[in-house]
Design a protein around this ligand. Structure first.
Ligand code: S3P
Length: 418
């Protein structure tokens, strides 16, 4: 039986984090609607409350009573970023400039993720930031300092690295610049500008002027394309399906999943496009015969979080899909090259891991398996979709990991199956 009906995707995770952070640093009360009530964004709220910001969280909206760029106060205990890399890395950029010391940690997955990438530039700016266990991972001890501007050339295209430096750059003595090999998601630049910061982009370089006055805003968060991706894949791959996915963010630095799905032969129509601020559209998705493609180069940062679900589409598609230039997959919530290879192989797919991606020979019938999620929400949700095409039962370990980024995932999927 096909999937049918409409689904409204919860708010974008990246944009929700930023709304809380920038709202806390702005003067006045920022109102956020369609905020993602996922565990990662709640970790960001928890951290800013500990830093002295009053945040009212109701189902309709959140209100952040910002105290200005210099209004945070020393927390009385360790900040806990939970499973969230965005919280850990972006808040480090802010803490690097505060006149107090903080300790920042997170769960077992966060404590394995590389933090040298932010420790290095923030130290160059003058902050004293150390990894307590000496392994370049959290827990981090951050002693803020007056910062000086740098022009940082990042080896990786990472919005988390870029944003940490831009946030620190607000407190620096002169213009701060970050150049990346390829442009990463630009939500910080867009939203900081909305709050009144002077941020501009020249090619792959983002530039911020110091000491802006951030002013409280009303932010309506668009639906998360990374969450929509599971239903795009399901709608395309489950025969006889037609679904409407409403209010999805289609920022060009995030829309690689759409470009890939279309290139694989997917039938997707964009409706009700809106280009005021962060662009959005409704997506009409119909079952399609997909074929394999090569995915590499500049498109990779625009779909980095969608590669697990693209792997599932590739396993169902005809022919070979090759994914290159995606070594960053190894340092996400899990090593997504290893974890995808292990789990998709367990379901009977032909997949080989490479140094910077994977090769998938599509079309082998999938069968149920026991899926090890390695504390990775995107692995859990990707295999919940794979299970729709598999013969027999699939057991997903810790399926409730979906709460990290998409709390209503299983209910929404069920609704489309009725
Ligand atoms: C994010 C940036 C990406 C992405 C992550 C969220 C953000 O990480 O994978 O899920 O909100 O800035 P990197 O910037 O480290 O690639």
């Amino acid at each position: 039986m096909g999937l049918h009906g409409e689904v409204t995707i919860p708010g974008d995770k990246s944009i929700s984090h930023r709304a809380v952070m920038f709202g806390s640093l702005a003067k006045g009360t920022t109102e956020v609607t369609n905020f993602l009530q996922g565990a990662d964004c709640l970790s960001t709220i928890g951290c800013f409350r500990k830093l002295g910001i009053s945040i009212e969280n109701t189902p309709e909206r959140i209100l952040i009573h910002g105290k200005g760029l210099h209004g945070l106060s020393a927390p009385d205990s360790t900040l806990d970023a939970g499973n969230s890399g965005t919280t850990t890395r972006l808040i480090s950029g802010i803490l690097a400039a505060q006149p107090f010391e903080t300790t920042l940690t997170g769960d077992a997955s966060i404590q394995k993720r590389p933090m040298r990438r932010i420790m290095e530039p923030l130290s160059m700016m003058g902050a004293n930031i150390t990894s307590i266990n000496g392994n370049d991972c959290a827990p981090l001890h951050i002693k803020g300092a007056p910062l000086h501007a740098i022009h940082y050339h990042s080896k990786v295209a990472s919005a988390q690295v870029k944003s940490a430096i831009l946030l620190a750059g607000m407190y620096a003595d002169e213009e701060t610049k970050v150049t990346e090999p390829t442009i990463s998601r630009n939500h910080s630049e867009i939203m900081l500008r909305t709050f009144g910061a002077d941020v501009r982009t020249e090619g792959t370089t983002a530039i911020i002027k110091p000491q802006p006055v951030l002013t409280a805003q009303k932010i309506n968060v668009p639906g998360d394309i990374s969450s929509a991706a599971y239903f795009i894949a399901a709608g395309l791959c489950v025969p006889d399906s037609e679904i409407l996915i409403k209010n999805v963010g289609i920022n060009p630095t995030r829309d690689g999943i759409l470009r890939v799905a279309l290139a694989m032969g997917g039938n997707i129509t964009l409706l009700n496009e809106n280009h005021d601020g962060e662009p959005t559209a409704d997506l009409l998705v119909k079952s399609s015969e997909l074929h394999g493609i090569t995915i590499e180069g500049d498109i990779i940062p625009t779909l980095i979080d969608e590669i697990p679900i693209i792997n599932i589409m590739a396993a169902v598609a005809k022919g070979t899909t090759v994914i290159k230039d995606a070594a960053e997959l190894k340092v996400k919530e899990s090593n997504r090259i290893d974890v995808m290879v292990k789990n998709l192989s367990a379901m009977g797919a032909k997949i080989t891991g490479t140094d910077d991606g994977m090769i998938i020979e599509g079309g082998s019938p999938l069968h149920g398996a026991y899926i090890q999620t390695h504390m990775d929400h995107r692995i859990a949700m990707s295999f919940a979709i794979a299970a729709l095409f598999a013969e027999g039962e699939t057991h997903i370990e810790d399926r409730e990991l979906a709460n990290i980024s998409f709390p209503t995932f299983y209910q929404d999927l069920e609704k489309l199956q009725q």
